[in-house]
Design a protein around this ligand. Sequence first.
Ligand code: HEM
Length: 449
Amino acid sequence: MTTAMSRPATDLSPEQAEARERIYAAPLESLDPANPDRFPTGEWQWVFERLRAEDPVHLTDEKDSEFGRYWSLTRWEDIQAADTNHELFSADGVITLARPQTAQQTTSVFDDGTMTEEEKRRRQEAGIRSLLSMDPPDHDIHRGAVAEGVAPASLALLEPLIRERAGAILDSLPIGEEFDWVDKVSIELTAMTLATLFDYPQEKRRQLTYWSDVLTTPAGPGQPAETEEERMKAMRDFYLTMSELVQRRRGEEPRVDFVSLMAHSPHSVNFSEPELFGDCVVLLVGGNDTTRNTITGSVYFLSKNPEENSKLRANPALVPSMVSETIRYQTPLTHMTRRTTRDVEVGGKVIPKGDRVVLWYVSGNRDDAKVENPDSYVIDRKNVRRHLSFGFGIHRCLGNKLAELQLRIIWEEMLARFPEITVVGEPKRSHNHFIKGYESMTVVIPRRN
Ligand code: HEM
């Protein structure tokens, strides 16, 4: 039998080869693919490579993971099949593989200090809901309320704005000296776009970035929120700001920003506080880290693959194709989670009703049964738009066209300005099993003689 381990692992450093061996030597049943330590080191690749080959529908037991018991789908076909079957794989109440929420987390966002114990208990039971954690018909109502914000007509209005801002950001970059690409370009451009999507004051755009970072990162030293109290306060601030904005927009003429759309949707008066909060969170986070990390990833992957870089510079018409390949290769959201509505057989195993199932897009995108030479970054590969990074089915990314648009514009503007961008050392990657990305990446734009 050919196992994944018997396939040559090309281009690995001695440390990587050793890490891969360690993963293959570990007892299969103890593998916890969600372990966040594996994402900054790149070890996730070998965990999933092994699972796809040896145990594609994998159960991680309660005792082996800080995230509790869950099933992993690691092959493309299984992920796509589950993602397109919301009747068997429900999104109700689940989005990511999160640590069990504390009572404090689900109540304190909404607690103005007057909540009774009974109210707190009920709020805790109800949890936080959003379009991404709902099944039809609620999902369709919530998605329908905001979809126009990223519809083709809205994107056509956004395009010149994004281009102007991208140009201004690039023109302000230092030449011939080191700087952090993540902060100066990737965050700046996505924050500006987000502020526009929410019609939020541009001068306060970094607040949106901060809230998004806080929402996706557990509290801890060196993290956006150092303590759980700080994190709770930031979440509550975001919630209060959004509900106030929605109230204000209700008294104004309808426009196509997300907040105005929500405020004027005939259904939104019936949205509960946790639903309003949840939708705003998904719109905020959905448009932030994902695009930001793909922008950074594109610069990094092209610097690591000089042949691909030369292809792109020789033929800028490859930008859209490079963008799609980067979205596959980066897979900025590693997974989504579902819950089975009855016993379901997948790949010869029975997943019991009510269990959590993780759709590992990051693994499916590297499945060689579906993608030729999947561990290579090839900007002009065949069927380049065919990847799992935006999901499938009714929850397929609402902002996928906007994400591609931002990536395309920033690269068109970069190619027009800089013949070279040099990455210095290795980027600092995020310690996160959901958002796969970069905290910082030092680059230099060489001075032209
Ligand atoms: C490269 C960038 C992006 C990636 C990789 C990405 C990925 C995803 C994924 C994997 C899902 C869930 C799909 C599923 O469950 O089947 C999703 C949903 C969503 N995304 Fe994105 N996203 C990106 C950019 C954006 C942008 C720019 C926005 C704009 C606001 C956005 C808004 C949303 C929303 C609102 C949903 C929920 C859709 C629903 O539940 O119906 N995303 N995205």
